[in-house]
Design a protein around this ligand. Structure first.
Ligand code: ZN
Length: 666
C-alpha cells in the first residue's frame, strides 16, 4: 500500500543544520493550477559502487519505459490527446504570452501531471481555460502528418464535460464500472458483469489466492467477458518489451544471486502474464532484505480501479539509506511487542508477526503511477496471504519527505491555522520526527498487524476496503506514537513529542485537507477519507469530555486539543473497532463508519478553509521531476560511470519522456 503525500502539508520551520540544502539547489521547479513541482536530491548516489550505479541505471530505464502503459490504463484516449497537445505546444509560432496559449500550457502541464486528462487525486476531468477555437485552429495549423485522424473526437473529449467525466467513480449506488472513465474495462461493460465474472473464476477457500484481475483489461468477446493480459505479446507489449530488455541488462549487475532471481522472476511474469508467477516474484522480493539497491516495477496498487482489482503500472527505484534505516529497524525488532500490546481483541492479533522489514530509502527514480505525484512510504506486497506467510517490505522515502519539508519553509501555514504559539513551537520542534515516525509505524507495523478470522474474504469490505485498511494503519501509528515505549527504545526524547503529530492529524483530518476538495464535493480518496474518519470520529466521541474543541477567534475556526491522553484512548478504541471490522469482514459496519464520518463535508467550514488557504498561495498538490541519469561509455560501449544531474525542468522532462520512452502505438 502506498502512503499518500498529504501528511507533509504542515512542515516545521526549524531546519536541521546537518541536512540543510546547499544554497544553490532549487527545490521548486514549477507552479501551475493547484500543483507545485519540486525537485529531489539523491544523496549518496555517488557513493554507490559502479556495479550498483549501472544496476540503478538499467532499472531507471525499465521504470521510464512503463510510462505510457499507465497513460493508457487511465483513459483510452490519453496517449492520442498527449501527442496532439505536445505537437501544438512545440509547433506553436504565436505569442507564447497570449492568454489562450498560457491557459493551454497550464492545461498541458495538468495533463502531464495527471498522466492523462483527469486529475491525479480527484480523478475529475480537467477543465480547459482556453477556447475550443484556439485548439482547433492550432491543430489545423499543424503539419499534416501530426494531425490525428480523430482530432475532432479528441477535441470534443477535452471540451465536453459530460464525456469521461471521472476516471474512478466511487459514488455509492452507481454502476462504478460504467461511470468510470479508466481503460481497465472495455466501454460498455457493467459492474454486474465484472463482478459476476470475477465471482465465477475465484476459487472458494483458496488459502493462497492470486490477485485476480491485477494485470488484465476486461472486455467482451462474443458476448462473454474475458481478460486480456498485459504481457509480452499481449496488451502493452510494445512498452513491456523495453521494460524486459532493461530488466535483463539490470540482472547482469545484480548485487547477489537472490536479487538476480527476483529480476528473472519479474521478467517471467512480464513474459507469461501469469499471476502465480507474480506471487512467486513478490515472495522472493519480500524476502530479499540483503540488497542495498531495490525497486518495484509492475502493476501494483489498485486505487485506479473503482473495484480495486487491476493494478496501475508504476515503478520506484531506490537504495537503502543506511543511517536513517536504524530507526525503522528498531521498530521492526520490537514488532511482536507492539502486536501483543495493541488495544485490539486478542483473537484478531497475530501470534507471530513475521518478517516486518523496514528501511529508509533514497528514491532514485519515480515512474508510472508514482510520478510526478509520489507516495512517501511503500508497504508491499499487497496480497494478504503473502504478507502473513512471508512478511512484507516497508520503506520510507526520506529524500522525498525532506524535499517537501525544505520546499515548505516559511509558507505561512502554521501562522494561519495553528491555534497558538505554544502549539506552533511544539510543531516546529517535533513534527518532522513524529511525522516520519508516524509513517514508519504505519508502514512497518500498522499494515502488517492483525489477522483475518478464518474464512473471511479479504475483499469483504469492497469499496470501503482501502479506507478501512488505511485507517487501521494510521490508528496503529497514532496510538503508539504516544506510548512510553517510544522513549524506552530511544525513538523520541520527550514524552510530549507525540502531541505535535496528534495536533496536525486532527487539524488536517477535520480542516486543512479540505483545501484539496472543490466546493460542494464529497471526500472520495481513500487516504483522505481515512483521515477524516479518524479525526471526526474522535471529535464526536470526545465531545462529552471536550477532548477536541473547535474554537472561534476573529471569525476563524481553530482546533484546540484539551486532553491529549483522552485522545490517545479514543484512537485505541477506534483501532480496536476498525480491526474487528477488518478481521470479521463486517461490511455494514465499515459502510456506516465511512458514510457517517469520512465523506460529507460541512460546507461552511469547507469554504472557510478554502478562503484562508487561498491567502497563502500554497499548492494543494506536489510532485516531482526526476534527476537525469547519464551512462558514460568507453569506446567499446561499456559503461564506465553513471552521472546524475538536476537541471532538467518540468516541460523538458515530460517532452523528453514522450519522445524517448514511447513504446505503444497510438
Ligand atoms: Zn497505508
Amino acid at each position: 500500500m502506498a502512503t499518500a503525500i498529504a501528511s507533509m502539508m504542515l512542515a516545521p520551520s526549524c531546519k536541521k543544520a546537518d541536512t540543510a540544502a546547499a544554497p544553490d539547489f532549487d527545490y521548486t521547479v514549477d507552479r501551475f493550477a493547484d500543483i507545485e513541482v519540486l525537485r529531489y536530491k539523491v544523496p549518496d548516489f555517488e557513493n554507490l559502487t559502479l556495479n550498483q550505479k549501472i544496476l540503478v541505471y538499467y532499472l531507471t530505464e525499465a521504470a521510464l519505459w512503463g510510462r505510457d502503459i499507465l497513460w493508457d490504463q487511465n483513459n483510452a484516449s490519453n496517449l492520442a490527446v498527449r501527442d496532439m497537445l505536445e505537437a501544438v505546444y512545440t509547433n506553436y509560432n504565436g505569442d507564447r504570452e497570449a492568454p489562450d496559449f498560457k491557459a493551454f500550457e497550464t492545461y498541458l502541464k495538468q495533463v502531464w501531471f495527471g498522466n492523462g486528462i483527469h486529475h491525479h487525486y480527484s480523478t475529475d476531468k480537467f477543465t480547459p481555460a482556453f477556447s475550443r477555437e484556439f485548439l482547433a485552429d492550432q491543430v489545423g495549423a499543424l503539419p499534416a502528418d501530426m494531425v490525428p485522424d480523430n482530432s475532432e473526437e479528441l477535441i470534443e473529449l477535452i471540451f465536453n464535460p459530460a464525456l469521461d467525466a471521472k476516471r474512478v467513480n466511487q459514488a455509492a449506488g452507481q454502476d462504478l464500472i460504467a461511470t468510470s472513465a479508466n481503460n481497465m474495462y472495455e466501454k460498455g461493460l457493467t459492474q454486474d458483469e465484472v463482478e459476476a465474472y470475477f465471482a465465477s473464476i475465484k476459487k472458494a477457500d483458496d488459502p493462497t489466492p492470486i490477485s485476480y484481475g491485477l494485470n488484465t483489461r476486461l472486455k467482451k468477446v462474443d458476448g462473454k467477458v474475458v481478460e486480456e493480459p498485459y504481457r509480452l505479446g499481449g496488451l502493452y507489449s510494445g512498452a513491456i518489451e523495453h521494460i524486459v530488455a532493461n530488466l535483463d541488462s539490470a540482472s547482469n549487475y545484480a548485487e547477489n544471486d537472490a536479487q538476480r532471481t527476483i529480476i528473472r522472476s519479474l521478467i517471467d511474469f512480464y513474459t507469461t502474464g501469469d499471476l502465480a508467477t507474480f506471487d512467486r516474484y513478490s515472495i522472493e522480493w519480500a524476502e530479499d532484505t540483503a540488497s542495498q539497491v531495490d525497486f518495484i516495477n509492475g502493476f501494483i496498487e489498485s486505487y485506479g480501479d473503482p473495484l480495486g482489482m487491476t493494478g496501475s503500472w508504476e515503478s520506484i527505484v531506490n537504495f537503502k539509506n543506511m543511517d536513517a534505516s536504524a530507526r525503522t529497524e528498531t521498530l521492526s525488532a520490537n514488532a511482536q511487542w507492539f502486536e501483543d500490546n495493541s488495544p485490539v481483541e486478542a483473537r484478531f492479533k497475530k501470534d507471530k508477526v513475521k518478517g516486518v522489514s523496514a528501511k529508509v530509502i533514497t528514491a532514485a527514480i519515480l515512474a508510472g503511477d508514482s510520478y510526478p505525484a509520489t507516495p512517501i512510504g511503500i508497504n508491499l506486497p499487497n496480497a494478504n496471504w503473502i504478507r502473513a506467510a512471508h512478511g512484507s517490505k516497508s520503506v520510507t522515502l526520506e529524500n522525498i519527505t525532506q524535499a517537501y519539508d525544505e520546499a515548505s519553509h516559511g509558507n505561512g501555514f502554521n501562522e494561519e491555522f495553528v491555534i497558538d504559539d505554544a502549539t506552533s513551537e511544539l510543531l516546529d520542534k517535533y513534527l518532522f520526527i513524529t511525522d516520519n515516525l508516524h509513517t514508519d509505524l504505519h508502514e512497518c507495523l500498522g499494515h502488517g498487524s492483525g489477522k483475518l478470522l478464518p474464512g473471511v474474504d479479504p475483499d469483504a469490505l469492497k469499496a470501503h476496503g482501502s479506507t478501512i485498511e488505511e485507517a487501521r494503519a494510521d490508528l496503529f501509528a497514532l496510538y503508539y506514537l504516544a506510548d512510553p515505549k517510544m522513549l524506552e527504545i530511544g525513538l523520541l526524547d520527550n514524552p510530549d513529542a507525540y502531541k505535535a503529530e496528534y495536533y496536525k492529524y486532527i487539524l488536517n483530518g477535520m480542516m486543512t485537507q479540505l483545501m484539496r476538495i472543490e466546493p460542494g464535493k464529497d471526500v472520495e480518496e481513500a487516504h483522505m477519507r481515512n483521515r477524516k474518519l479518524i479525526a471526526e470520529w474522535a471529535y464526536e466521541h470526545g465531545k462529552a469530555d471536550n477532548v477536541i474543541e473547535l474554537v472561534k477567534k476573529d471569525g476563524k475556526t481553530y482546533i484546540q486539543i484539551n486532553d491529549y491522553t483522552a485522545l490517545r484512548n479514543l484512537f485505541g478504541e477506534l483501532l480496536a473497532e476498525i480491526q474487528r471490522i477488518r478481521s470479521t469482514g463486517d461490511y455494514n459496519a465499515a459502510c456506516e463508519l465511512v458514510e457517517q464520518y469520512a465523506v460529507k463535508v460541512d460546507p461552511e467550514l469547507h469554504k472557510e478553509v478554502l478562503d484562508r488557504y487561498a491567502t497563502l498561495d500554497i499548492a494543494p498538490y506536489k510532485g516531482f521531476v526526476n534527476p537525469v541519469y547519464t551512462a558514460v561509455r568507453d569506446e567499446n560501449g561499456n559503461i564506465t560511470d553513471v552521472t546524475i544531474s538536476y537541471t532538467e525542468d518540468y516541460p523538458q522532462q515530460m517532452l523528453r519522456y514522450s519522445r524517448d520512452y514511447s513504446g505503444l502505438n497510438h
